[in-house]
Design a protein around this ligand. Structure first.
Ligand code: ADP
Ligand code: GLC
Length: 486
């Protein structure tokens, strides 16, 4: 039975800011169901300590740039299939709120030190005298874990390393001075290692040194080899192209299925699809909108950042509101988008619902109550919210990119008739292309039989984590079978 250490900076339900939290909240459990021993390792944020009430100290470490000992705490969620280890360095992680941002919405100024300590601690756990445990593979996720592969690389008898790119646009870039304060091996300051145009890049550590790379959809795996989606790292990635695999994420249907979703007003299934309308009325009520189940609702749930194409929606909102429609938003992010949305919401109080917050319950209520899910992302490594929307019979309108291309089937008349269609695409990330796609969707919405067909086909899609977990399992097996003896 392979032993995996799954390193992540967030995992639902302990702490979550986006899709990585969802993935880390389910993939390790699915891998455990396939017979692997998977331990999750996270920074000991206050939220993690509160969730995991019974924690025991299993090891302590000394990291040269940090005064005092760092403790490794072990816990488990009730019913959880995985052990959870927390890297407890209070000066780095014992602070309120978001794992990456301070209360002012800016990155914590010491993020380089915080996540370097996280990576150094993980590296020290390999062959640690207090632990009678050595993983076969360390599975790293995103830049916050990017220093693990380079720090392990020189060791003999080390675990294999896999680095998963959830979003190449977040790279963990810092200054050379910061590199120098962290007690990292000086040879890592090189253009063939962590140096990236004179900056210190965490993600490059993963991309250059991990034994294998994955990203979260096949189309994004191709895309990141090109200048359009490679964020300047396409050259580095092209050199690793024969060690890069796209494995599509899944949806956690235990948490995201209207049949048994305790966050929503009225559960429903394909057989009781008409109950979706009760969730619409509840959503209209919650947002103070006109309560009328014949009005189509367009929903948006996501980070208010350029990636998600929120500006494309903002651009066409006044024009959209000349239709008899409502639009509801849930998100937080850049101040300028927040302010503009607030201003428009004041002008259209009966048609636009806005919540600038992070609210798990509301995210579910929008999936259940909306008719259409807007996801005009400029790029999307995988995207989970469109997968959830499908299961709730909420038809996605998406830009044809990355994981959105891999998960949605275009609602042409023929595809609708053949019960294949699940959503609407637009090709160019422009306001007018989005507007045209929305008009197309509203035309189909006006034909209730066709819309119902579309919604039921969407609800029948199955993006189960079991399939994705098997792909990771096979990759782990391949990595370990092909290892040169050390
Ligand atoms: P990304 O990881 O790029 O943000 P994904 O679609 O992969 O996008 O995952 C986003 C996850 O975060 C989903 O579970 C979504 O419901 C959740 N989410 C995003 N914004 C909010 C919010 N403001 N409140 C609650 N949940 C949110
Ligand atoms: C990232 C991506 C998103 C993906 C998620 C989980 O945040 O932006 O597309 O679904 O990671 O892999």
């Amino acid at each position: 039975m392979y032993k995996i250490l799954f390193a992540t900076s967030e995992a639902y339900p302990l702490i979550k800011t986006g899709g990585l939290g969802d993935v880390a909240g389910i993939l390790p459990a699915e891998l455990a169901h396939l017979g692997l021993e998977v331990t999750i390792i996270l920074p000991a944020y206050p939220a993690c300590k509160t969730h995991l009430k019974y924690l025991t100290e299993i090891a302590s470490l000394q990291i040269p740039s940090v005064s005092g000992l760092i403790r490794i705490l072990k816990g488990r969620l009730p019913e959880g299939s995985n052990s959870i280890w927390l890297v407890d360095s209070p000066i780095h992680f014992d602070r309120p709120g978001n794992p990456y941002l301070g209360e002012n919405g800016q990155d914590w100024p010491d993020n380089a030190a915080r996540f370097a300590v996280f990576c150094q601690a993980i590296t020290q756990l390999v062959n640690h005298p207090e632990l009678n445990w050595q993983p076969d593979i360390i599975h790293c996720n995103d830049w916050q874990t990017g220093l693990v592969p380079p720090l392990l690389a020189p060791l003999s008898n080390r675990p294999a390393t896999l680095f998963t790119i959830h979003n190449l646009a977040y790279q963990g870039l810092f200054s050379r001075q910061q590199f120098e304060t962290l007690d990292l091996p000086p040879y890592l300051w090189s253009s063939s290692a962590l140096e990236f145009y004179d900056q210190f890049s965490f993600i490059k550590g993963g991309l250059v040194f991990a034994d294998w790379l994955t990203t979260v959809s096949p189309t994004y795996a191709q895309g990141i080899l090109t200048p359009e989606f490679g964020c300047g790292l396409e050259g580095v990635l092209r050199k690793r192209a024969d060690h890069l695999t796209g494995i599509l994420n899944g949806a956690d249907y235990q948490r995201w299925d209207p049949v048994h979703d305790s966050f929503i007003k009225k559960p429903y299934s394909k057989a009781t699809w008409h109950h979706k309308a009760l969730n619409k009325l509840a959503l209209q009520h919650q947002y103070g909108l006109l309560e009328d189940k014949t009005i189509p609702i367009l929903g948006f749930v996501g980070r208010l950042v350029e990636q998600k194409g929120i500006d494309l929606i903002i651009d066409i909102l006044p024009k959209l509101f000349s239709n008899k429609i409502q639009v509801v938003f849930l998100g937080e992010g850049h101040k300028s988008y927040q302010n503009t949305l607030q201003k428009i919401a004041r002008d259209y109080p009966r048609q636009m619902g806005l919540s600038i917050s992070y609210n798990e319950q509301l995210a579910h209520s929008i999936q259940a109550g909306a008719d259409i899910f807007l996801m005009p992302s400029r790029f999307e490594p995988c995207g989970l919210t469109q997968l959830y929307a499908l299961r709730y019979g909420t038809i996605p309108i998406v830009h044809r990119t990355g994981g959105l291309s891999d998960t949605i089937v275009e609602a042409t008349e023929e595809n609708i008739q053949q019960e294949l269609a699940t959503g609407f695409f637009f090709e160019e990330p422009s306001p007018s292309a989005l507007f045209t796609a929305i008009q197309k969707a509203l035309t189909v919405y006006a034909q209730p039989d066709q819309w119902r067909e579309l919604a039921l086909t969407a609800m029948g899609q199955n993006f189960s984590w079991r399939t994705s977990a098997k792909a990771y399992y096979n990759l782990y097996h391949q990595m370990l079978s092909n290892r040169p003896t050390q």
